[in-house]
Every structure is written in C-alpha cells, then in structure tokens.
Design a protein around this ligand. Structure first.
Ligand code: ZN
Length: 419
C-alpha cells in the first residue's frame, strides 16, 4: 500500500518536528550560497534557532526574478565539483534559471517520484512509457529515475505499455492519431494508468482523458525549482494531490498581502526545500494558485492534499475590468461533448475596444458544414463563457487540428492588445 509507510503516515506533530529539524539543516546549507549568504534573516535564524514551523514566516521570499538575477551560480550552496546535474525551467523569457543537483539530491528526488507513482497504484510489474520530452525539461529524467527506482520496466516506446506519463494537450493529439489509424486505445492497448501533469487542467479534462483511453488518470504536480515532478501526486483516491511534507514546507499566501490565507482558501503556493543540498530554495513563490483540501485522506497518508492547480497568478488577465483565468474558460469548454482538445484565447483591440476572442476546436464528427448547428453551438458557448467570467467573448469555432501546436506546454493566451 505504501512505498515508505513510516514517513507517509507519520503523525502530524512528528511530521512538523521533522520539518523544523530539516529546515535548520537547510538554512545552514543555504547560507553557503552567495545569494542566501547575503540575507540577514537567514543568518539570524541560524543563530537563534527555529522551534515552530510558523517561524518560517520571518524569512524573506525567493522569487523567480531572484533566481534569474543571480544566474548562474548565485544559489549554489555546495562545491561545483559535487554538482552532477543541471535542469532549467521551460517556457520562460529573459535570463534562464538553473537548478543544480548533487548525487544526494537526485537520489532523494527519484525516491519522491517512486513514492508518488506507487501511491497512484504503479507497481514493479508495470511497463512504463514516458511521453514527455527529455532534456532540460524535468518531466523526462524526473520520471525516468523514479520509474527505475520503483522497478518498472521503462521503454522509450512500443507495445505492452501499461502506464504512461504525458502532458494533457499531447494526449488529445495522440487520441486523434489512434482514431485516424482505425484503432481504439480502450481495446487496442494494455494501458491502465496515465499520469498527467505539467499543464494545469480541469477535472472535466481528466474525466475526458479517462474516457478516451479507458484508464485511470492521475494528476502529477511539480516544478523545476522544487526538482520537477514528484512534488505532489494523487493517490488512488483521486481526491487531491498529497504534497510530500518531509521534503517541502508548504505555505499558501495571498499574492497581494503576502500573508497566509485562511485554511482551505485559494492562494499562491510557496515552497521551501527540506532535503536538497546543492541548491536549497527558501520560501519560493511558485505563482501557482491552489488550496489545501480539508480533512484526512482515506488512503491513510498524513501529508496534506492540494487541490488541482487553479492556474498561475501570472496567467490571469484583466479585460473590461474583470479578472479572468484561462482555466475558467477551459472548465466551460471541456464539459461540452462537441468541443475538441484545443482552444486558445486571443486578446485584441478592435475599433478601440478590447475583445476576448476564444478559438475553439470542434470535433470532426460535429464539424460537418451544418451551419445552423454551428451557429447554435457558438451562441451556446458564448453564453456559458460569459456566465463564468462575466465578459462576453467572441467565440470562433474552428476545424480540428487548425490551432497551431506549441512544442512542450500549451500556450493558451495571446495578448495583442494596444497598450
Ligand atoms: Zn490519499
């Protein structure tokens, strides 16, 4: 049932005690980096000690800009010779960010990944195929080493796959290819589990993936600054993502006031590494929006559960005075059986008015030139989106496959407005 029963079911008070111990160790390591060596609050905490987990709030946040500005070596807290792997975050602009790992870090990460997959029911008898890109993107090697530690047979591609990892937008394309080849993934594959992550997606999207492939789909969450995949993962209850609190301290804050939100409220996820040597990161503002789910999980794990990511605080855009998250629009679209896997949001200035254009792929079977049907569908979607985000969109129905695909993560919002 568990990969590491003792740590996964540790009582909360013992878990917090472990966190405090590991936090002190982490601070003592972090202070060796040029960046944290300059932070007076860290030197002070090392001197006076920390007894309660809440005292972490006395330490300053670390942001993506901090990581960028001190690129390449500012956050390295160990000897360069000890570093054995570099990862970089994907899809960013400006200076890149680098994350360094020594052997201990890689081992610890692989273990979290194995623990995560085990919680989702993956076993050493499974055949695992990773459909994520390898390279600097952590979804490749991150899964690979975890899968090997768990003991699955990992294959680059081929028949016999029972478990696969992919990003949700890729699975839509894959399904289309199956259909074009006259195959039904429900009958013509041995797949029983899909691990999906790296892109925020809605519950509706998950249900749709389960239906298309005839599998259980588990949500995986991670970010390169906190290793990559294996940070938080759904167990077989499929009810929120256990975040591994022996490896991370987790806070959820109001992104404006920077104060902790009330338990159960949505806010920005802030994380501190507790078991990383080469590059500890303290109170990292992830920009991901989520909340803690209340109550205990039936699986018996005591590590708290995060709700699925509700978007990024950066993805939010303001149009006609309303705050809009792309995930709200996705939530509406994915409930409709006529709608395909892809959509994008274009923000344009038309006749001095800002407009939100939503291009929506319609499934092949429905896109058959019956204009009155398409007209009805367009009006219906316009209504639903307007009710959800309080802004009237211009809905454009397009043929399947006509929205340009992006390598890696899907980009949903294109802002072409005159500033
Ligand atoms: Zn659970």
């Amino acid at each position: 049932m568990y990969w590491e029963k003792e740590i996964e079911t540790l009582e909360r008070k013992d878990l917090e005690k472990l966190q405090v111990e590991r936090l002190m160790k982490t601070l003592n390591q972090a202070v060796h980096s040029p960046y944290y060596g300059r932070v007076p609050e860290i030197r002070k905490a090392i001197k006076t000690g920390i007894n309660l987990i809440e005292q972490i709030r006395e330490l300053p946040f670390t942001t993506k800009d901090d990581l960028r500005n001190d690129f390449p070596w500012g956050f390295l807290a160990s000897d360069k010779r000890d570093v054995v792997r570099l990862h970089s975050s994907s899809g960013t602009t400006g200076n890149p960010t680098a994350v360094y790992h020594n052997k201990h870090d890689l081992n610890s990460w692989a273990n979290l990944m194995a623990r995560s997959l085990f919680a989702a029911g993956v076993r050493d008898t499974d055949v695992f195929q990773n459909m994520a890109g390898y390279g600097l993107f952590t979804g490749g090697l991150g899964f690979q080493y975890g899968v090997e530690m768990l003991g699955c047979l990992s294959i680059p591609a081929g028949a016999g796959t029972t478990v696969a990892h992919a990003i949700p937008s890729y699975l839509g394309r894959l399904y289309d290819v199956f259909k074009e080849e006259g195959l039904d993934p429900r009958k013509d594959t041995k797949l029983h589990t899909l691990v999906i992550g790296a892109e925020p997606h809605t519950e509706e999207h998950r249900l749709r993936i389960q239906e298309m492939f005839g599998v259980k789909a588990y949500n995986s969450f991670g970010l390169s600054e906190m290793n990559g995949p294996g940070v938080a993962f759904e167990c077989t209850e499929q009810n929120g993502l256990h975040i591994w609190e022996d490896a991370f301290i987790v806070e959820i804050i109001d992104p404006i006031t920077l104060k902790p939100v009330a338990d159960g409220e949505i806010g920005e996820l802030v994380m501190t590494t507790l078991d990383r040597q080469a590059m500890p990161v303290i109170r990292y503002r992830t920009r991901d929006l989520t909340r803690f789910l209340p109550g205990e999980c039936k699986c018996g794990r005591t590590h708290r559960r995060l709700d699925r990511i509700a978007g990024r605080s950066d993805d939010m855009f303001i149009i006609k005075g309303c705050n809009v998250f792309p995930m709200q629009i996705e939530g509406v679209l994915m409930k409709l059986p006529e709608v395909g896997e892809d959509y994008r949001i274009l923000l344009e200035t038309i006749d001095d008015q800002d407009e939100m254009i939503v291009e929506v792929e319609v499934k092949k079977d429905w896109f058959k030139g019956d204009l009155s049907f398409l007209d009805k569908l367009q009006k219906h979607i316009t209504h639903l989106v307007r009710d959800e985000v309080l802004v009237r969109p211009l809905i454009k129905l397009v043929e399947p496959g006509s929205i340009p695909k992006n390598e890696g993560k899907a980009v949903r919002v294109f802002d072409h407005r005159k500033k």
